[in-house]
Design a protein. Sequence first.
Length: 148
Amino acid sequence: MPEPLVVRQERRIPAPPAAVFALLTDPEKILRWMGTEAQIEPKPEGIYLVNVTGARFARGSFREVVPVHRLAYSFGWDGSEAVPPGSSLVEIDLIEQPDGTLLRLTHTGLPNAEQCAGHAEGWAHYLGRLAEAAAGRNPGPDPMAGRK
């Protein structure tokens, strides 16, 4: 039985873990697949701040950083009462595979099923764009740009 209020996603990415890790932690590389601006300090208590759509900032802080293998950071949205900054937790594990990397994402601490569904949709969208960027392709303009 699945746990309530947990978003879980897996994505096979055709790139080694170090390349995927860089796309998740280097502010310039993040912008290849998500957001319009980013301030990232991938160290414990370092800031996670990404303007995801050009109109909505995700904010939190890193809890765990294990280079090329694991990230965990608090997460929320500026101005949101439902998911305020730092109120949930995103954990990303990168598992080396013969053909690249298996990315496992777990997002916990969301307040209700509606928020889980919305975040699951958002993560699926952006992990797809991440996979494109990791494969050396341009994922193109983000259809979520401008959404609040």
